[in-house]
Design a protein around this ligand. Structure first.
Ligand code: NAD
Length: 340
């Protein structure tokens, strides 16, 4: 088996190189309509969050002989799974280390509210003044968690450890979980901190928008380690300028695909909204690094390789994404058969 591995970075090549099978051909470039021909003669492609597998790319992959897309991530909003049906199988890694993302979420929150990002730079310059570094206690504060799946629940546990009151919103609340679910509007009104842990879908796009910003508690800290487009970045910026939003911690950004994971130091960044956000003292941006721990990278490689080898052997794979699943009673996948 030969697999074209797109958007390859040194830190994700290393864990994949440990495996003798399958054979990966590593490309630094991302998968898109211009680069899809690199997959000619490959059985599959291995892609990450900012590669593009829209309808046109899927058709081109199919013409190149590709029969599967192995996502080495959990989210799959960059793949037209419905268009792939009947042509190309799609697998993902549903969980690799929810702890990595939940812990990074708390790291961002603590950095922001205790001004660690400011203090770090000051002391590097031997400036030991405390002026302007006053933070606030997390203990006793209300955190609103949107999405209580694997990552959201671990983050809830971490917040409880800090003595915070947790309220949550999920379209599918987990019964018997002991989580205090409230309506989304109520969560927006009551929370001192809001953290997003739901997938990006048409329904969750721009949950933070000009209207919802008006509902927010004054001084709220917004944390997003999920997907950038959950937040309308211009509405966020306006909310910060109006002093309604007290701080923002972003590991993801709606327009990140042309920017994140690359070195733009020494360049003029074209995205004015991102540049303005980054210039604000109360905004922290990390470039989609919440997943980046050794444990997560090894788990990603192992599950991706397992997915590919299982598919090679059985023509099916436990972690296959099929848009029909859940829509049809007699799902073949439930009988461990091929989707098509
Ligand atoms: P999960 O599937 O375990 O949980 C997602 C939760 O969101 C579920 O409880 C689901 O019911 C809920 N949900 C679905 N639709 C919703 C809606 N309309 N409104 C509110 N809640 C809704 O996923 P997870 O493993 O916890 O991951 C959560 C998200 O984190 C992923 O979708 C991905 O976008 C993001 N993520 C980011 C990184 C990173 O490095 N920054 C890494 C991994 C995952």
């Amino acid at each position: 088996m030969k697999i074209a591995f797109f958007d390859a970075k040194p830190y994700d090549i290393a864990p994949f190189e440990k495996f003798d099978e399958p054979k990966f051909v590593f490309y630094e470039t991302r998968l898109n309509e211009k680069t899809v021909s690199l997959s000619q003669g490959c059985d599959g492609v291995c892609i990450f969050v900012n590669d593009i597998a829209n309808a046109a790319v899927i058709d081109a992959l199919y013409s190149c002989g590709v029969r599967f897309i192995a996502l080495r991530c959990a989210g799959y909003n960059n793949v037209d799974v419905e268009h792939a049906y009947g042509k190309i199988h799609v697998f993902h890694v549903p969980a690799y280390s929810p702890y990595a993302v939940a812990e990074h979420t708390m790291a961002l929150l603590l950095t922001s509210i205790r001004r660690i990002h400011k203090a770090y730079i000051r002391t590097k310059d031997f400036n030991f003044s405390l002026n302007g570094l006053t933070g606030f206690d997390l203990h006793g504060k209300t955190v609103g968690v949107v999405g209580t799946g694997k990552i959201g629940r671990i983050f809830i546990d971490i917040c409880r450890g800090f003595g915070m009151e947790v309220i949550a919103y999920d379209k599918y609340p987990a019964e018997g979980s002991g989580i205090n679910y409230v309506a989304l509007d109520e969560l927006f009104r009551r929370s001192d901190i809001i953290s997003f842990h739901c997938p990006l879908t048409p329904e969750t796009r721009h949950l933070i928008n000009p209207d919802s910003v008006k509902l927010l508690k004054k001084g709220v800290v917004i944390v997003n380690t999920s997907r950038g487009a959950l937040i309308d970045a211009d509405a966020l910026l306006d909310g910060i300028k109006e002093r309604r939003i007290g701080a923002a911690c972003l590991d993801v950004y709606e327009e990140e695909s042309d920017i994140f994971f690359r070195d733009f130091s020494g360049h003029i960044v074209e995205d004015d909204t991102l540049a303005r956000l980054i210039s604000m003292p109360n905004v922290i941006v990390t470039s989609h690094q919440a997943f980046l721990t050794e444990e997560a990278l090894n788990n990603i490689a192992e599950t991706t390789v397992d997915n590919i080898l299982a598919f090679a052997q059985n023509g099916s794979c436990e972690n296959e994404l099929c848009y029909r699943c859940g829509n049809i009673e007699d799902c073949k996948k439930k009988r461990k058969e091929k989707c098509f």
